[in-house]
Ligand binder design. Structure first.
Ligand SMILES: Nc1ncnc2c1ncn2[C@@H]1O[C@H](COP(=O)(O)OP(=O)(O)OP(=O)(O)O)[C@@H](O)[C@H]1O
Length: 509
């Protein structure tokens, strides 16, 4: 990228510095510009561009008319580049002196020149990647720089992450790249509830292709490939609280459940499904619960036997699956649970059961020596409003909202992926301290994200609307400013990552 002059500051305010663009410098929306010296400079980000002209509008209109009507082949303006130009609006986002980065509180000198950012300017963003999660390369507009952005994993995971974008902008791709970068470290347990079965890579590239996958990736599926694990969960592991905020229940149904649980212990679900009548429980409640369990668990009782339509919930096997998953997480593995054959409720219930178990394991250990050695656990949940939307939380706290609120204390976090941010309550959103914002054409969604971001993104509206696949803005309390990044396409990323020796990636400033 050229380091020559790209423009000159001609006025403005702290929130909107006006720059006249040099005619050939091709400044784009989202570009990072720099003003100052090598040792001490300000980075500005472009958020809008407009035309400027020295020629009165009426004259321009007349000239255009002459050209358009075929009478002005020779009409042109004296010193075209001097008289017509573009004015760029940019916002100072960081003051950099050596390795110290500050939020700008002063305007750059009036009339100073600006240039495009270079790799050298951003070296301060490169840190030792150990214990950190790779998000992508710094981006200036649509130009990708050779600077990798890593965020400290423990802090990021336990303070929750929100990945927001409309469909097809690369949310899953980004999360796959992030997870790839931590596999093999053993420092984090990550549970991926995968409703589209797209993380492991059953029939294409995926996390299974990581060189350390054998030791650090576990795949649970109703139809596991050789060497992986069956996702079979015994229904006797279900506790009434696992259903909260996941299956809609009325008060009489809750009471019925409490009676079955008290009288029949772990066999309560099985007996409801079987239709065993309990005193004081209206038959209607039982039949409604049977129907709800049939939808959520896929288990029903017919011809004197239990039947299942998804092979995941079982009456006879799978008693140790949850413990196995928790033990995988606690030993720093990425656990992918293929929930593609389950209904929404079934998937959320599986997640709720695992999350509950992890959460109580960590809560019980809190304060002990054991706790210090437990790795942080992050739970990746696609279409997060299914459990975090306002109405889901009002109905009754579910484990996901509990984790969003207090998981940090216990080293358990959420990585929530969503197309809809606006339906998630502000209290939950503000707890999500890293937001990775990909393209979004819906104004309402952009504004929900902007309002809850860690940095002031009020000028980013247009940028967010114009982001292409893989382009994102990372707003986090762990970055000094909202960093524009490009996350590579997973397939390309892993083929280059496999060619680079791990150590060679280690760039220490
Ligand atoms: N950084 C990228 N560069 C190029 N192509 C990409 C990039 N990220 C994603 N893609 C491609 O875009 C498509 C959609 O990506 P992805 O599934 O990650 O999006 P998504 O936002 O998760 O979509 P959905 O909401 O439907 O789950 C995929 O075909 C993927 O290969």
């Amino acid at each position: 990228m050229a380091s020559e002059v790209a423009g000159q500051i001609i006025g403005g305010t702290m929130g909107e510095v006006l720059i006249r663009e040099k005619s050939d410098s091709n400044i784009e929306l989202g570009d990072l510009l720099v003003t100052g010296t090598k040792e001490s400079f300000t980075i500005l980000q472009v958020f809008d561009i407009r035309y400027g002209s020295q020629i009165p509008e009426l004259t321009r209109e007349l000239a255009a008319g002459l050209i358009l009507e075929g009478r002005g082949e020779r009409v042109n303006f004296l010193d075209e580049a001097l008289r017509n130009y573009r004015v760029v609006m940019a916002r100072p986002i960081a003051n950099v002196t050596g390795n110290t980065v500050r939020t700008p509180k002063r305007l750059p000198p009036f009339f100073s020149t600006v240039r495009h950012v270079t790799n050298e300017d951003l070296r301060f963003l490169e840190t030792d990647p150990r214990g950190k999660v790779f998000i992508g390369n710094v981006r200036s507009g649509s130009k990708v720089l050779d600077i990798k952005v890593h965020i400290p994993g423990e802090e990021m995971f336990t303070h929750h992450v929100l990945v927001a974008a409309t469909t097809g902008r690369g949310k899953s791709n980004l999360v796959k790249v992030m997870l790839w970068s931590i596999i093999g470290t053993g420092k984090f347990g990550v549970l991926v509830l995968d409703p589209h079965d797209e993380y492991y890579g059953r029939s294409g590239p995926g996390l299974k292709d990581h060189p350390e996958a054998k030791r650090f990736v576990r795949y649970y599926s109703p139809k596991p490939p050789p060497g992986q694990n069956s996702l079979v969960i015994n229904i006797s592991s279900i506790e009434p609280e696992h259903l909260e905020g996941i299956i809609d229940l009325t008060d009489p149904q809750r009471e019925a459940i409490a009676i079955y649980r008290r009288k029949l212990g772990n066999h309560w679900v099985e007996n409801i499904i079987k239709g065993v009548v309990e005193e004081k429980v209206p038959e209607r409640s039982i039949s409604v619960l049977q129907r709800k369990f049939r939808v959520a668990l896929g288990v029903y009782y017919e011809d004197n036997q239990f039947k299942t339509n998804n092979d995941t919930f079982s009456v006879s096997s799978g008693a140790s699956t949850l413990d196995q998953i928790v033990s995988d997480l606690v030993s720093g593995k990425v656990v992918i649970v293929d929930t593609s054959r389950l209904t929404d409720e079934g998937e959320l219930l599986v997640g709720s059961m695992i999350a509950n178990k992890v959460f109580s394991r960590y809560r019980d250990a809190k304060g002990s020596d054991d706790f210090r050695h437990l790795p942080p656990v992050s739970i990746v949940i696609e279409e997060a409003p299914r459990v975090l939307a306002e109405d889901k939380i009002v109905e009754g706290d579910n484990i996901y909202s509990t984790i969003a609120r207090e998981g940090r204390k216990f080293k358990v976090g959420l990585l929530a992926i969503t197309q809809l941010t606006s339906v998630i309550p502000r209290t939950v959103l503000t707890n999500m301290n890293t937001k990775i914002i990909l393209g979004n054409e819906m104004a309402l969604e952009r504004s929900a994200i902007i309002q809850s971001a860690a940095q002031d993104l009020s000028t980013e509206e247009r940028n967010i609307a114009s982001l292409d696949k893989g382009e994102a803005i990372v707003s986090s309390i762990f970055t000094r400013f909202a960093v524009p990044v490009y996350t590579p396409e997973f397939e390309k990323f892993i083929s280059s990552a496999r060619n680079v020796k791990k150590d060679a990636e280690l760039v220490v400033e």
